[in-house]
Write a new protein. Structure first.
Length: 281
């Protein structure tokens, strides 16, 4: 390194050292001022924390293969707008809760997560609904209201009705096949001849009939289970009323109080310095 560059680096290091020394002297000189304003800031933040209303957060998980992500987003936007406007009358009507309960809602957020079923035949959505409320006692009514709101969409109700008709028809047809095979099995046990449509003798193995009946019963049970779960929305996990509020947080309040105290101390010292300069000029 050339002598000129060495001298520049040395000068920079000296300047930084002098700056640090100046800052330390400044803080030591005004330690009382900073201490007072920091204590005031922390005191006000603790007071604000104590008088601020507590906000509780809870999540609900729903599952649906009918409800779409775009519809859920529109629901979120609509509810969020009503909450921001303070329109508790319409909000209470949509969620089927009282106006007093509607006023205690701070936020409703719906997040969609796609998942593929084990059979890979259809894609289902998991909806995570996050609510911020001022009173956790309204969670049961709010949960029922949100589920009812999502289920009572006309498009969703039509799809549910179509599926009910579809599964009911399949179950009835499978039952007809089972009854037909049972009748065939009885004729074989009774030693009666079994004829086909061509009126010719049919050779039927009894074990194949048993296997077919078992397979049809399994298939029918699957469709019956699907019919029971045909509802557009299935509740996976409901809201939980936690004792600890999500907002406000004491740690954040203390940090803001500290930063605010330091800022006010600098403002005070700046004004004091400015007045002194004006007097001396």
């Amino acid at each position: 390194m050339s002598p000129e560059k060495k001298s520049v680096v040395a000068a920079d290091e000296i300047d930084l050292t002098e700056l640090m020394v100046s800052i330390i002297k400044f803080l030591n000189k005004n330690l009382v001022v900073f201490s007072v304003f920091i204590l005031l800031g922390i005191g006000f933040s603790i007071l604000a924390y104590a008088i601020s209303p507590r906000v509780y957060e809870s999540k609900m998980i729903l599952q649906s293969d009918i409800l779409t992500e775009s519809y859920a987003e529109r629901i979120t936007e609509s509810l969020d707008r009503l909450i921001k406007e303070g329109n508790s009358r319409v909000l209470s009507s949509r969620l089927n809760i009282s106006e007093d309960e509607a006023e205690k809602i701070n936020k409703i957020e719906i997040e969609s997560v796609k998942q593929t079923t084990a059979s890979k035949e259809k894609e289902e959505s998991i909806f995570i609904i996050t609510c911020e409320i001022k009173d956790k006692s309204i969670l049961p009514e709010l949960q029922d209201g949100i589920i009812a709101l999502l289920r009572n969409n006309e498009f969703v109700k039509i799809r549910v009705k179509q599926r009910e008709t579809y599964y009911t028809s399949l179950i009835a047809k499978i039952q007809e096949e089972i009854n037909s095979l049972d009748s065939l099995k009885k004729r074989l046990f009774q030693g009666k001849p079994v004829y086909g449509k061509s009126a010719e003798m049919m050779l039927v193995e009894p074990t194949s009939i048993y296997s077919k009946i078992i397979d049809l019963n399994k298939e029918q049970i699957n469709y019956k289970n699907a019919l029971e779960l045909v509802n557009s929305i299935q509740l996976v996990e409901g809201f939980t009323a936690f004792e600890k509020p999500a907002k406000p947080k004491l740690s954040i309040a203390l940090i803001l109080g500290f930063v605010g105290g330091v800022f006010l101390a600098f403002c005070f010292l700046g004004v004091k310095w400015g007045r002194q300069v004006i007097k001396e000029s």
